[in-house]
Design a binder for this molecule. Structure first.
Ligand code: ATP
Length: 611
């Protein structure tokens, strides 16, 4: 084991890279797998393409292109001849090769890999072919000796178990200095013939952990990895040795726990299966985009497949899918996984060489739309009935690879579509139309509301400024004020005299404790009238008489020196005797003496003319 040498392809030219070949195999439609009689949701279009109904839009189908598409009628022989046989000769040149079957539970992985007595699958055919190739080389009598051996293991619940020696515990996975993956302690069985292989392989297969799930009675609960090793030793010096490894992998089915009804241990198994397949998907994605660390070590499966994926192997992935609607989501996910994987490019090298990193074909990351549609996505209940199929053919769906990739918009669209999944097309369109119209209406209403609010504010402000003078107008003007004559018309002179204080005293004596004592007569009871204009005086007396005869209680109380008690007495008198003929009649009212009347008349006349 020494020098590194570039790999030569079949044509003899130097070949630095080798792609992972991706094939998709569609299992025949099974009536018993379609309780609702919905028919198939996926179909082949040609030798390399297929289409599946787009759950996002029932009028579209998603079309996938692969290296090979095997329809329902494809035989085991055809699959082997076109996808597996071509890579096997590399084993005899010290290169690795791998074939792994991927796909949902019950989609045909075991059938493809193992097959039956009548229809043997890839494994027996490949082993037979390896023997055939070795025998042919031996016949050529070159300088090399060939030995063939096998190991058989399974990864179950993230444990590496030796199927040829079932009592061994979880085995470690190691990597040698040349980055070869090794499993110390794993049984290696030398094989001399195909029947020798079958002698070891068949009982070992029975050791494989399988259990019954709702979907498949012999569902594989582990990843089964058969390793066929071809060791080539030089008979003559320098006695070089080359090892070619063939990995034949039957992956466990990806599980939807809600559908399989898994619980307890089964649920735990599902978790481990899903984890390893998820990691496998990440490894593939990482190799695909060519950036960052490839997370091989995140699961036992990917660690083991390290020299099969993006490493030194010529790899073929056969993705098995089922046509029934109940598998729609799993099929969709598997197709996306496969479409991503086919972009991987390997760089094969002879076992004598060491490759530190896989050279990966740098392609753009696949559109996000292809990265599975999320666990919540369910297939649209839509049949590929003949009439509808014609419709789809007339208006073919978008190419899956060319979808928009704005993640936030896409996420929102997906969420919206998910919401409307159950509605027929016309209903959805109507719904969208209604939503658009409602939005427009809301905008218009909002604008109108703003306008009205503006108007209301302006009106309020206007009203508040206009309200002030109105309030002032509401003040009741006392009768006497309205009758006030201009002061200049009143020849009133108020002179202070020695007797004035005495008079003031007399005046206060006639008061009834009334509050409206604003008028403080400064003229004497006898001479004040002589100083006033006669007509003004008469006018004032008439006004007072008018109030006495027709004034209300309030009007009466508004008169000078008339309080509540006196006002009521006046009203009572009026009731009994009728109108006052002259102001002097007021003296007829109980309690109003001549003296009081004199003060009353003086106070009111002076008050009326402005004091
Ligand atoms: N191409 C095919 N032609 C005929 N029958 C098939 C084909 N593929 C699968 N089947 C049948 O479908 C059933 C399920 O297939 P299989 O057991 O291979 O699924 P699986 O993917 O290996 O499931 P699991 O992951 O649970 O092991 C089997 O009865 C199998 O014989």
């Amino acid at each position: 084991m020494a020098q590194r040498v570039p790999v030569c392809d079949a044509a003899g030219g130097s070949k630095r890279t080798s792609r992972v070949r991706v094939a998709v195999r569609l299992r025949p439609y099974m009536e018993k797998q379609d309780d609702k009689g919905e028919g198939p949701c996926v179909r082949g279009l040609g030798s390399q393409s297929l289409e599946i109904i787009n759950w996002r839009n029932s009028t579209e189908t998603l079309q996938y292109q692969f290296d090979a598409f095997y329809g329902e009628q494809t035989t085991q022989q055809e699959v082997f001849m076109t996808s597996v046989k071509p890579i096997l000769p590399h084993l005899l040149n010290g290169q690795n090769a791998s074939v792994f079957a991927y796909g949902p539970t019950g989609a045909g992985k075991t059938h493809t890999m193992l097959g039956s007595q009548e229809q043997p699958g890839v494994i027996p055919r490949a082993v037979k072919e390896v023997f055939h190739l070795v025998r042919a080389r031996e016949k050529d009598a070159d300088d090399w000796d060939y030995t063939i051996g096998m190991s058989y293991l399974e990864i179950y619940n993230e444990k590496v178990l030796d199927l040829l020696s079932p009592n061994t515990q979880d085995l470690p996975i190691r990597e040698d200095k040349d980055r070869n993956i090794l499993i110390p302690g794993l049984t290696h069985m030398p094989l001399s013939s195909l029947s020798d292989f079958q002698t070891h392989f068949i009982p070992a297969s029975l050791n494989r952990t399988t259990a019954s799930t709702k979907l498949n009675h012999r569902s594989s609960r582990s990843h089964a990895i058969l390793l066929i090793k071809v060791v080539k030793s030089q008979r003559i010096p320098p006695h070089r040795q080359q090892t070619g490894k063939l990995y034949l992998v039957d992956l466990a089915g990806s599980e939807d726990n809600r559908r399989t009804g898994n619980q307890g241990l089964r649920l735990k198994e599902s978790g481990a299966i899903n984890l390893s397949l998820f990691t496998l998907s990440k490894v593939v994605d990482s190799l695909n985009t060519g950036g960052g660390r490839v997370p091989y070590r995140d699961s036992k499966l990917t660690r083991l497949l390290q020299d099969s994926l993006g490493g030194s192997a010529h790899s073929v992935m056969i993705t098995n899918i089922a046509p029934e609607y109940k598998y729609y989501f799993d099929t969709f996910t598997a197709l996306n996984f496969a479409a991503k994987s086919k972009l991987i490019v390997n760089r094969p090298f002879v076992r004598e060489t060491v490759s530190s990193t896989a050279e990966v074909h740098k392609t753009g990351k696949r559109p996000r739309q292809e990265q599975g549609c999320g666990a919540a996505a369910e297939p649209q209940k839509k049949r590929l009935k003949d009439g509808r199929r014609e419709e789809q053919e007339a208006a073919p769906g978008k190419a899956h690879q060319n979808s928009p990739t704005d993640s936030s918009v896409l996420d929102r669209l997906l969420a919206l579509e998910k919401l409307m999944m159950g509605s027929p097309e016309t209903e959805r369109l109507n719904l969208l139309k209604t939503v658009a119209e409602s939005r427009k209406e809301i905008q218009q209403l909002k604008a109108k509301q703003k306008e009205l609010e503006k108007k209301a504010l302006a009106f309020k402000m206007k009203q508040s400024t206009a309200a002030k003078p109105k309030k002032q107008q509401a003040v009741v003007t006392p009768l006497q004020v309205s009758q006030v004559q201009p002061l200049q018309q009143c020849a009133v002179v108020c002179k202070s005299s020695p007797s004035s204080s005495k008079r003031k005293q007399q005046h206060s004596e006639v008061m009834e404790g009334k509050e409206n004592m604003g008028v403080k007569p400064c003229l004497s009871d006898s001479d004040w009238e002589s100083r006033l204009d006669g007509s003004v005086l008469e006018q004032s007396r008439q006004k007072i008489l008018q109030v006495l005869n027709s004034g209300s209680l309030k009007d009466l109380k508004a008169l000078q020196l008339i309080g509540d008690k006196k006002a009521k007495l006046i009203l009572g008198w009026r009731e009994v005797h009728g109108q006052f003929t002259q102001v002097e009649d007021l003296q007829k009212v109980e309690g109003i003496t001549a003296k009081r009347f004199s003060s009353f008349i003086k106070a009111n006349i002076l008050s009326a003319i402005g004091k």
